[in-house]
Write a protein that binds this ligand. Structure first.
Ligand code: 17E
Ligand code: FE2
Length: 438
């Protein structure tokens, strides 16, 4: 019988798994055929159309971006820079910018951002689309993008009422309309509703809509340093009562940082009764929060380490790429994981690995794509090859993503930097610049 001839064969891969030490990963060959993982074994006796020797580099399932706003990405400075650096000034700048949105504008910036992400190994993205903008242009643009890019990246769209479900007379209807148009998830922003009562009401409404339209939930919840912002408890109560648990995500929850421990520990207990997902955005919240503090200045990132220790599914998002809330960013998920290691003080070896898992496997669980996610025989061939020996090494050096394979196709490759030491070892002081005469 002829030996199989897959379209791509990756030899000598260090294939990592979520709960095994990377040092124990045995080198394997991975065969890819018809967009799927066809075989994984220590040695495959195949000849393939494309064969790449990974030389023991890390092979991982792709990065998952579980929280980003693609509608606002790449608008920084337009119409103005965020001078205070706060969430609220960002919302005001975006309110001005969104008046001039067109479908072409949204789609162009979103696709450019997605390409940047995919080239760095992100193949699953959950984006928020502001639906408190009257024409629903952001939402329509992102729904069209979801379709346009589906052959190389999976996009989920959350209907997100940036100005509040009850912040304007039409906002509630717009939110529902967005679900009719096909948003994957329903969102909210209870801490920015006009009153605490409106905030509570908005969370109840979001759960009703999610049940009626059979959608996931992802709420921007308590993204403020106010220790009295207590909408997470409302989400937890709704999740317990509705049984929606793992279909629900609480994004940001930065006030959790500021709660007194007596309250925080009680809430941690209630959380055990449900299985909601948490999404932290350490790059953004380390810069947005603490702005009303002088010193000491709070970090304002949710209790990532403690939630992880209690067994909750925590994933990490970039939140923004060059927009009114965050002028920096490239979409690189290793930057996000690295920031989490620092801000959340997750510097132990298992903690660093956990931060890597938060931008891969945990994100897949949040997005509810875990059935198709993972480098396993029979699953879609979505994977990345990193110029790294381990998850620790990848995060420490923000390693280059050498190859990105999406649905069985090699869609991007990057050469790692190759710096060269130019100083003469003995005489030292200065090397000659190439081309400069002595
Ligand atoms: N909108 C919001 O409410 N919070 C954020 N962090 C961003 C947009 C980026
Ligand atoms: Fe956000």
């Amino acid at each position: 019988m002829a030996e199989p001839s897959p379209s791509i064969l990756l030899r000598n891969c260090c294939l990592i798994s979520p709960d095994q030490l990377d040092q124990l990963a045995r080198p394997v060959d991975i065969a890819i055929e018809d967009g799927k993982i066809a075989a994984i074994a220590p040695h495959l006796n195949y000849t393939a159309k494309v064969e790449l020797n990974m030389q023991g580099q890390l092979v991982s399932p792709p990065f998952v971006e579980s929280h980003i706003h693609l509608d606002s990405s790449m608008t920084v400075g337009d119409p103005r820079w965020n001078a205070s650096g706060t969430l609220f000034e960002g919302i005001e700048i975006w309110r001005d910018r969104k008046q001039s949105l067109t479908l072409a504008d949204v789609k162009e910036r979103a696709i450019a951002t997605l390409k940047q992400q995919a080239m760095q190994g992100v193949l699953y993205v959950r984006t928020h689309a502001d639906v408190s903008e009257q024409t629903l242009t952001a939402l329509q643009g992102l729904l069209e993008v979801r379709e346009a890019v589906k052959d190389w990246i999976t996009v989920q769209v959350v209907a997100f009422p940036q100005d509040g479900v009850y912040g304007g007379p039409q906002n509630e209807a717009l939110l529902e309309e967005a679900l009719k148009l096909g948003a994957d998830a329903v969102g909210g922003i209870p801490h920015y509703e006009l009153t605490r009562e409106d905030g509570v009401r908005s969370v109840h409404r979001i759960f009703e809509l999610a049940e009626r339209y059979d959608r996931l939930i992802d709420i921007h919840c308590d993204e403020i340093d106010d220790d009295q912002a207590r909408f997470l408890e409302v989400m937890v109560a709704c999740a317990i009562r509705s049984g929606m648990g793992s279909r629900v995500s609480a994004s940001h929850t930065t006030a959790f940082h500021s709660y007194n421990n007596a309250y925080a520990f009680k809430l941690m207990g209630f959380l055990q009764r449900t299985s909601i997902n948490f999404i932290a955005n350490p790059l953004i919240n380390i810069t947005l929060q603490g702005r009303a503090d002088t010193y000491p200045k709070r970090r304002g990132v949710t209790r990532v380490k403690e939630l992880w220790q209690q067994g909750h599914n925590v994933s990490l998002g970039h939140d923004c790429v060059q927009d009114p809330w965050y002028s920096l960013g490239t979409g690189n998920m290793l930057d996000v994981a690295s920031m989490a290691v620092h801000v959340c003080q997750m510097t132990g070896t298992t903690e660093i690995d956990a931060c890597y898992n938060m931008v891969t496997w945990n994100g897949a669980k949040t997005l509810h794509v875990q059935d198709e996610y993972g480098v396993e025989v029979g699953k879609p061939a979505n994977l990345v090859v990193l110029d790294a020996e381990s998850r620790y090494d990848a995060i420490r050096r923000r390693a280059t993503v050498r190859y990105v394979i999406s649905q069985g196709r090699l869609i991007a490759q990057t050469q790692p930097p190759n710096p060269q030491w130019m100083v003469d070892e003995v005489t030292s002081p200065s090397a000659q610049l190439p081309g400069v005469p002595v």
